[in-house]
Design a protein around this ligand. Sequence first.
Ligand code: FAD
Length: 430
Amino acid sequence: MSPVTNVTKAHHRVLILGGGTGGIITANLLRRAGQTDVAIVEPSERHFYQPLWTLVGAGAVDRTTTVRSEARYVPKGVRWIRERVAEIFPDQRCVRTESGLEIGYDFLVVAVGAQLNWNAIPGLEEGIRKGNVSSNYDYDLAPRTWELLRNFRGGTALFHMPGTPIKCPGAPQKIMYLAADYFRRKGLAGKTRIIYGSATATIYGAREYGAVLDRVVERYGIDARFNHELIEIRAEKNEAVFRLKGDGENQTVTIPYDILHAVPPQSAPDFIRRSPLADPRKPAEGWVEVDKFTLRHPAYPEVFALGDVAGSPNAKTGAAASRQAPVLAVNVLAAIEGKPPQSAYDGYIACPIVTGYGRMLLCELDYSGKPSPRIPGIDTFRERYDMWLLKKYGLPWLYWNVLLRGRKPPFLGPGPAFVPEQPREELAAR
Ligand code: FAD
C-alpha cells in the first residue's frame, strides 16, 4: 500500500463510502438529524433494488423496475463524490479514490457492499459467455436466467450455493423453487431433474424454517446435495465439479447439467480486504471488523460499517442493512458529540424465501438464532400468498419511499432508538 502523499484535497465531518442500501439510508438519517457536512463516495449513477432480481430471473417482474437514478436518493445538502474508492488509510483518517482524489474525514461509514468474485470458480465466466449458465446476482444476467427457464425442455437443472458468506443466502434456493414451480406448470416435471448443489450442511440454518423448506424440497422432488462446494465449471462439456466437505472430504463429484444457476463466491471489496479495517480472523473474506451491536470498529472508534461489508455475524441482507442504519446513525451522532454508542443492533434479519409463484416463507431471525417474527397477527411459519404480495409489491414500495428516505417504517416493532429528527424548517435554514 503506498502512503498518502498529496495534501488532502477534501475533508468531511462524516464520509460515507458506498451509496447502496446502507449508505443512502445512513446519509438520509444523518441529514434528517441535522448534520451539514456529510459526503458519499459512490461511482454508480444507478441505484438497484436487488431483492427483486430473484423475480426478474423467474420472469415475474421486469428488470427495469429494480433500478432508479441514484441522484433521486442522495439527500439535498449531502455532497455526492462520483468516484470509486481505491485505498483507505484509517491511521491518517483518509481515503484515496481511483482518480487520485484524497478525502479526509472525522467519522467514516463503510457501506461498499460485497464483492462478487466471478473468477473464483474456474469456468464460471466461460459458462456464462457460452449461454447455459446464469446468475441472478447481476442486473444484466437476471433476465438471462428467465431465458434459460423459458427455453428449457427437460433435462438437468442445477442450482448452486457457494460456501462463502453471500448477500441474501436464501436467493440461490428461491430461484430453484420458482424454476421447479414453472417446470411443473409447463408439464416438464416428469422429464426434469432438479439438483441443488450446496456448500452448506442443511437447507437453512434455523431449524424452525429449515423444517418448512425441507418439505418444499420434497414437494418438488429436488435432489438436494449438501456439503458440495463448486470448484470448477467445465463449460464445454456442461459439467460442474464439486468438492465434498465433511465425511467425504476432498473427494470430487462431477454433475452434468443442461442449465446451471450459479452464485459467485463473495468477499469484502479488495481495498477493504487488504486494509487495516479488515477482520484479521477471516483474512480471505476481509469484512470490516465491527462490534456486532454498535457497528463500530474496535481499533478505530471513528469508523463504522454496515450492510454486506460489515463483519457482524448476521445474514447479509438488505433487511439487515436497513435495520442497522438507524443504530449506526445514532452511534455516529453520539460519537460526534463525544459520547459512547447509544444504540445496539439486535441482529434482526428478514429473509423472504419465495417457494413458488404466489408463495413465500418469511424467515426472521436475530442474534439469538431463534425466529424473531415482527409482523403482528400473522403466522409467518408457513408459505403464504400475502407474503408473496409483500415481496413483489409491498417491500419495493417501502424501500423506495420509506426506508431509503430515512423514514421510520410503521411496523419496525420493538428495537433500538430511532434517529432524532431536526425540525424541517431548521434543516432548510442550514
Ligand atoms: P449495496 O446495496 O450492494 O451497495 C453497495 C454500494 O457500494 C454500491 O452502490 C456500489 O456501487 C458501492 N461501491 C462498491 N465499491 C465501491 C468503491 N470502491 N467505492 C465507492 N463505492 C463503492 N436482501 C433482502 O433483505 N431480501 C431479499 O429478498 C434479498 N434478495 C436478494 C436477491 C439477490 C439476487 C441479491 C443479489 C441480493 C438480495 N438481497 C436481499 C441482498 C441485498 O440486496 C443486500 O444485502 C443489500 O443491498 C446490502 O446493502 P449494502 O448497502 O451493504 O450494499
